[in-house]
Design a protein. Structure first.
Length: 701
C-alpha cells in the first residue's frame, strides 16, 4: 500500500520529466549550439526516454485508479491575501488517469516516428525540444486541480502550438499559419479568461466542483440570473471553441498543416485539440445545470461536425483532408458533451486520438515516400492527384491507413464504430435533430475517407504524369523550396552542423534533384509507430461496447451515481434498440463507401460531372464555406479600414486641436511681448484704458 501512495506522491514527475528534457536540450541549443546539434541522436534518446518514463508512471496510475484507488489531490498555497487564496498542485482521478495514458502513449510514438521523418532536417534537435515542451504543457494541463492552473497550462500549450506550426518559419505559408493559429486562439482564450473571472466573482472559487455547486445554488435560490450564468458558461466555452477548432474559430486548424506532419498527429489529432473537450468535461459541473449553455455546446458541435465533413469532400491535400476530418470528429465529441453524454464524448476522444494519430502519421509516411519521386515540394508531395497505386510500394502504410479509415467510418468492430454509435444513440435520446445531423455526417465521413484511401493507394501511380504536375504548378504560382528551415535557437544553425549532418543534407538535396521512379516504404522508426497505433485503432473500442461497457463504468460524469454493475447492465441491455441505431449508422456509412467505390475505384461515376451539376454546392465546399473570405472582408480588411479612419481622426482632429492650441499660444505670445516694455507710464495707460472700457460697458448695459 505504501508503494501505491508513493506512486501518487511522485505523480508530479509526469509533466516535469518532459519539461526537464526540453530545458536541458533548449539550454544546450542556446549556449552550445554546435555541440548540441552534433549530438542529434543523444538528444532524441534523452527526450524520448524521459517521456517514456512519464508514460510508465501514467500507466501505473491508470491501473491503480482502475483497481479502485480513491482520487488523490495535492496542493500548495501559491499566493494569499487575507481571505483570498490561490493554490497550485495536481490531482489524479479517473479522467486524469485516462488522459495521461492517451497523451503519453501518442506523444511517445510520435517522438519515435519523428526520428525517421525529420532525419535530414537541420532543426532535428530543436524539434525534439519543442515536442518535449509541448508534451509537458499538455500533461500539466491534464493534472491541474483547478481552473486557474488549467488556464496557465492552456496558454503554454498555445505557445507551443505557435512554435511547432511555424517550425519552418522561413516558409511564408508556415509563418502565416502559426500567426493565424495564435490570433484565433487568443480570441477564444479572451472569452475563456472573462468566463473564469466571472465565475470567480460569482462563486469565489476556482475549484470545479465548488464552482458548479455554488452556481447551481445561486441560480436555484434566485440570487443569480439564469441568463447571466448561461452567458458566463458560454464565455468559458469559447476557449474550447478555439482550441478544439469549433465553428466559427475553426479556421486555424487546416492552415496548421504547414507544420511538420508529426505535429499534425500529436497536436492536431490527439492532444491539443482534445484539450477543449477535456475542459468541457472538467467544467461539466458548471455546464450541466444550465440547459441553454448545454444546447449551445451541442449545436455548435453538431454544426461543426457537418461543416468539417462537407469541406473534407473536396480537399486534395491529404493533410488538409485529415484536418477537416479532425474538425468534424471533434464536433462529434462536443455535441456529445452538450447532449449530456459525458462518457460517450470522452470515449470518442480516446478512440479518435489513436486512429487519427495513426492516419496523420500514415499521411506523413506517404509524403515521405512521395518526396522520393517529386522532390521536397510540399505542394506536389501532399496532393492526392499525384498519388494512386501506393499500396504496392508502401504496403504497411496502406494497411494501417485502411484500418484507420475503417475505424473513423464506424465499421464494426473497429474502435470508431463503438464510440460513434454511443454518441449517436445519446444524441437521439437528447434531441432527434442532433441525431439526424450526426447520422448524415457519418455517411459523408465514410465517403470522403474512402475517397482519400482510393485516391492515394489504389489505381495507377500518377506521380510521373507531367500534365498533372503542370496543372498543380499552375495552381500554385509560388513554389516552395526544400523543407529545411533555419533554427530559432541560433540563426547560424544551418552553418554549424557536423560533417555527418552536412552529408545527410547533401544526399537529401541530391534526391530532390534526382528523384527515383517509384515511392518507397518508410524506415522502421516510422513504420513501427503505425503498427503500434493500429492495435488500439482496431481493438480499444471493445472496452466500451454497450452490453459490457467497462469504459462507462470507469468514467462517470461528476455528481452521477455509481454505474450499475456490468452483469446487470448486460441483462437490461436492449438489443433491438442497439441493432436499429447501429444498423442505421453502419448503413449510411456503407452508402458513403459504395459511392466512393463507384467514383474513385471503379470509375463508373464521374465526380467532375456531378460537380458541374451542383456547382454552387461544390464551390461552397471547395471554398471552405467562404468563412476565410468572410473573415478577410470583416476582420482583416475591416480592421484596416477602421485603422485608416482612426488615423484620419488622429491627424485631422486630435493633431489639429493640439496644433491649434500651440498656434494660439504662439500668436498670443507674439502679441503680448510688445506690451512688456518695462515703462510704468505705459502700464498705467493700459490700466486706465481697461477701467474706462469697463465703465463704458457697464453704462451700456
Amino acid at each position: 500500500m505504501e508503494s501505491v501512495e508513493s506512486l501518487y506522491e511522485y505523480a508530479w514527475l509526469i509533466p516535469v520529466l518532459p519539461l526537464l528534457g526540453a530545458m536541458l536540450v533548449g539550454i544546450g541549443l542556446i549556449s552550445y549550439s554546435k555541440a548540441t546539434n552534433e549530438l542529434r541522436r543523444a538528444s532524441a534518446v534523452l527526450i524520448v526516454s524521459l517521456l517514456g518514463t512519464a508514460m510508465v508512471l501514467s500507466f501505473a496510475l491508470f491501473w491503480s485508479q482502475y483497481q479502485g484507488h480513491e482520487s488523490y489531490t495535492k496542493v500548495i498555497e501559491w499566493a494569499s491575501a487575507g481571505d483570498f487564496q490561490l493554490t497550485m498542485g495536481y490531482t489524479i482521478d479517473h479522467l486524469t488517469a485516462l488522459m495521461l495514458v492517451i497523451v503519453t502513449t501518442v506523444a511517445f510514438l510520435v517522438m519515435v516516428y519523428t526520428d525517421g521523418y525529420m532525419a535530414h532536417d537541420p532543426g532535428y534537435v530543436r524539434f525534439y525540444a519543442y515536442l518535449s515542451l509541448f508534451s509537458s504543457s499538455m500533461l500539466g494541463l491534464v493534472v491541474s486541480p483547478n481552473l486557474l492552473e488549467i488556464y496557465i497550462f492552456w496558454e503554454l500549450v498555445g505557445m507551443c502550438s505557435y512554435l511547432l506550426i511555424g517550425f519552418w518559419y522561413d516558409r511564408k505559408a508556415a509563418a502565416d499559419a502559426c500567426q493565424k493559429a495564435f490570433v484565433t486562439n487568443r480570441v477564444g482564450d479572451f472569452g475563456l479568461l472573462l468566463g473564469i473571472l466571472a465565475l470567480f466573482w460569482a462563486t469565489g472559487s476556482f475549484e470545479f466542483d465548488v464552482m458548479g455547486e455554488r452556481l447551481t445554488e445561486l441560480v436555484h435560490s434566485g440570487g443569480f440570473s439564469v441568463a447571466i450564468a448561461s452567458i458566463i458558461a458560454v464565455l468559458v466555452f469559447l476557449g474550447p471553441v478555439a482550441k478544439s477548432a469549433q465553428f466559427p474559430l475553426h479556421v486555424w486548424l487546416p492552415d496548421a498543416m504547414e507544420g511538420p506532419t508529426p505535429i499534425s498527429a500529436l497536436i492536431h489529432a490527439a492532444t491539443m485539440v482534445a484539450a477543449g473537450v477535456f475542459l468541457i468535461a472538467r467544467m461539466f459541473p458548471v455546464f450541466a445545470g444550465l440547459p441553454v449553455a448545454m444546447d449551445v455546446i451541442a449545436w455548435t458541435g453538431a454544426f461543426t461536425a457537418f461543416m468539417g465533413a462537407t469541406i473534407a469532400i473536396t480537399q486534395n491535400d491529404i493533410k488538409k483532408g485529415l484536418a477537416y476530418s479532425t474538425m468534424s470528429q471533434l464536433g462529434y465529441m462536443v455535441m456529445a458533451m452538450g447532449a449530456g453524454a459525458y462518457g460517450a464524448g470522452l470515449f470518442h476522444l480516446m478512440t479518435h486520438a489513436y486512429f487519427k494519430a495513426m492516419l496523420f502519421l500514415c499521411s506523413g509516411s506517404v509524403i515521405h515516400g512521395m518526396e522520393a519521386v517529386v522532390g521536397h515540394d510540399p505542394v506536389l508531395a501532399q496532393d492526392m492527384r499525384l498519388m494512386g497505386g501506393l499500396r504496392k510500394y508502401m504496403p504497411i502504410t496502406a494497411i494501417t491507413f485502411l484500418i484507420g479509415t475503417l475505424a473513423i467510418c464506424g465499421v464494426p468492430p473497429f474502435a470508431g464504430f463503438w464510440s460513434k454509435d454511443e454518441i449517436l444513440g445519446s444524441a437521439f435520446a437528447a434531441n432527434p435533430a442532433l441525431w439526424v445531423v450526426g447520422w448524415l455526417t457519418a455517411g459523408i465521413t465514410a465517403f470522403y475517407m474512402f475517397r482519400m484511401y482510393f485516391s492515394t493507394f489504389e489505381g495507377d501511380f500518377r506521380g510521373k504524369d507531367e500534365s498533372i504536375r503542370q496543372c498543380l504548378q499552375a495552381e500554385n504560382l509560388q513554389r516552395l523550396g526544400i523543407a529545411f528551415g533555419p533554427g530559432a535557437m541560433n540563426p547560424q544553425e544551418l552553418t554549424i552542423e557536423s560533417e555527418a549532418l552536412e552529408t545527410e543534407k547533401h544526399e537529401a538535396l541530391d534526391q530532390a534533384h534526382h528523384p527515383s521512379e517509384t515511392p518507397h516504404e518508410s524506415p522502421l522508426s516510422m513504420v513501427l509507430p503505425l503498427m503500434a497505433l493500429a492495435v488500439p485503432s482496431l481493438l480499444i473500442g471493445l472496452v466500451g461496447t454497450p452490453f459490457t461497457n467497462y469504459f462507462e463504468e470507469f468514467i462517470q460524469a461528476p455528481g452521477e451515481a455509481a454505474a450499475v454493475g456490468l452483469l446487470e447492465s448486460a441483462e437490461t441491455f436492449d438489443w433491438t434498440e442497439f441493432l436499429i441505431m447501429a444498423g442505421s449508422s453502419v448503413g449510411i456509412g456503407l452508402i458513403g463507401i459504395t459511392l466512393a467505390v463507384l467514383m474513385y475505384l471503379n470509375k463508373q461515376i464521374d465526380p467532375a460531372a456531378i460537380a458541374k451539376k451542383i456547382q454552387p454546392l461544390y464551390q461552397l465546399s471547395l471554398n471552405k464555406w467562404y468563412i476565410d473570405d468572410i473573415n478577410e472582408v470583416l476582420f482583416v480588411q475591416g480592421s484596416r479600414k477602421l485603422a485608416k479612419q482612426v488615423l484620419e481622426i488622429d491627424i485631422r482632429i486630435v493633431d489639429g486641436l493640439v496644433n491649434l492650441a500651440g498656434f494660439v499660444t504662439l500668436i498670443s505670445g507674439e502679441g503680448l511681448k510688445y506690451l512688456e516694455n518695462g515703462r510704468a507710464q505705459f502700464y498705467a495707460l493700459i490700466v486706465f484704458g481697461a477701467v474706462l472700457g469697463l465703465v463704458l460697458l457697464s453704462g451700456v448695459t
